[in-house]
Design a protein around this ligand. Structure first.
Ligand code: ADP
Ligand code: 5GP
Length: 200
């Protein structure tokens, strides 16, 4: 784990991409590398939990009823119906939870959610669009991940082309081809954005 100090704390790093491009892989790597600095924004979702996922860590898995109650009570910073009848949202309480610890927030959210966060936080928020080397490679990775049913896979693939069109709206595009290289570039992004200095 890298021991670092950084200059400013109230910043946000957002990773966005079509499903299967590698957001979770990159974000998880950064959270391991910069454990003391970065805090993951745990989203609420109405989708079913995958086998390896843990409630409260990967997502807050909640019912549609509870999600809608949160919308009514104005508890979301942003939310989207990413897929038909599947809701995802960032709770305002997450910002408080992470900033209270003095950590920088890291998001893994869809392209529309990323644009909304950027609109609210401006230059304190850096948005990285993770692009696959090609759409075919992304489809292959999604299939190999083995987490989706036929129907869910179809929903995700249908959305990819549309999401790719957003790519130039963000601060940076990171092409996720050879993973070690992607990790290295992602670390550079963190260090530059946060102006991290090596500890002596
Ligand atoms: P997302 O969170 O954007 O949906 P994931 O991080 O789950 O995407 O990645 C999708 C799948 O592709 C996972 O099985 C992951 O292990 C794999 N993967 C991610 N990046 C690469 C890469 N550079 N090369 C090969 N496989 C990758
Ligand atoms: P998955 O079901 O594969 O975990 O996520 C599906 C999509 O929803 C991904 O693009 C993911 O980044 C996005 N997502 C996850 N959490 C949020 C959130 O809180 N808000 C928004 N807008 N999208 C989210």
């Amino acid at each position: 784990m890298k021991k670092k100090k950084h200059k400013r704390k109230n910043k946000m790093l957002v990773f966005t991409a079509p499903s299967g491009a590698g957001k979770t892989t990159v974000v998880q790597h950064l959270l391991d590398e910069y454990r003391d600095i970065l805090g993951f924004s745990v989203s609420a979702t109405t989708r079913k939990k995958r086998k390896h996922e843990r409630g409260g860590k990967d997502y807050y898995f909640i019912s549609e009823e509870e999600f809608k109650k949160n919308i009514e009570n104005n508890e979301f910073l942003e939310w989207q119906e990413v897929y038909n009848n599947q809701f995802y949202g960032t709770l305002k309480s997450e910002v408080e939870r992470i900033w209270k610890k003095g950590k920088i927030m890291v998001f893994d959210i869809d392209v529309k959610g990323a644009l909304n966060i950027k609109k609210i936080y401006g230059k304190d928020c850096f948005v990285v669009f993770i692009a696959p080397p090609s759409i075919d490679v992304l489809i292959e990775r999604l299939k190999n991940r083995g987490t989706e049913s036929e129907e869910s896979l179809k929903k995700r693939i249908e959305r990819v082309r549309n999401e790719m069109e957003f790519k130039d709206k963000f601060d940076m595009v990171l092409v996720n081809d050879f993973l070690p290289e992607t990790f290295r570039k992602a670390e550079q992004i963190v260090e530059r954005f946060l102006e991290i200095d090596e500890e002596e």
